[in-house]
Design a protein around this ligand. Structure first.
Ligand code: IDP
Ligand code: MG
Length: 149
């Protein structure tokens, strides 16, 4: 089982799409392991997006992600990282495949609604930025045998 960090970004919360976005992951069968509403402080935003420091969109990205509350969660499942990324769609909603969150609900890269860790290494870095070990719950669901072969 993999764990990945997912964030419903400020535009998702402001637009009332939090439930819709979580629901897409939940209905696929991913297991919620942790979740909270928070406003990301500047320093944490800088840690989350450290790889983008110096890029042309960095300042705008930090401003965007800290501008209003977000819903942060840890999702768990087989291949959870790739499944979340494919459910989100491409970074630029204009190029995202129909049926993905970004294609169905967004228009622009700078307002693309959702974050998901992009690799196992990234997930291992990002999850502890937001959650302590004791806040992440691993629990069996009665439906697991109907979701995982
Ligand atoms: P990802 O979220 O699909 O992993 P990244 O390339 O890691 O995409 O970029 C992180 C975030 O930075 C994007 O989700 C988007 O919010 C923002 N971003 C990336 N490129 C641009 C851009 O060219 N203009 C505006 N915002 C951008
Ligand atoms: Mg990324």
């Amino acid at each position: 089982m993999e764990r990945t960090l997912v964030i419903v970004k400020p535009d998702g919360v402001q637009r009332g799409l939090t439930g819709e976005i979580i629901s897409r992951f939940e209905r696929r069968g991913l297991r919620m392991a942790a979740m909270k509403l928070m406003q990301i402080p500047l320093e944490l935003a800088q840690q989350l997006y450290a790889v983008h420091k110096g890029k042309h969109f960095y300042e705008g990205l930090i401003q965007y992600i800290t501008s209003s509350p977000v819903v942060v969660m840890v999702l768990e499942g087989k291949d959870a990282i790739e499944i979340v990324r494919r459910t989100m769609g491409a970074t630029n909603p204009a190029q995202a495949a129909p049926g993905t969150i970004r294609a169905d609900l967004a228009l622009e890269t700078g307002r693309n609604l959702v974050h998901g860790s992009d690799s196992l290494e990234t997930a291992k870095y990002e999850v502890p930025l937001f959650f302590n070990d004791d806040e992440i719950l691993s629990y069996p669901r009665d439906t697991d045998r109907w979701i995982f072969e």
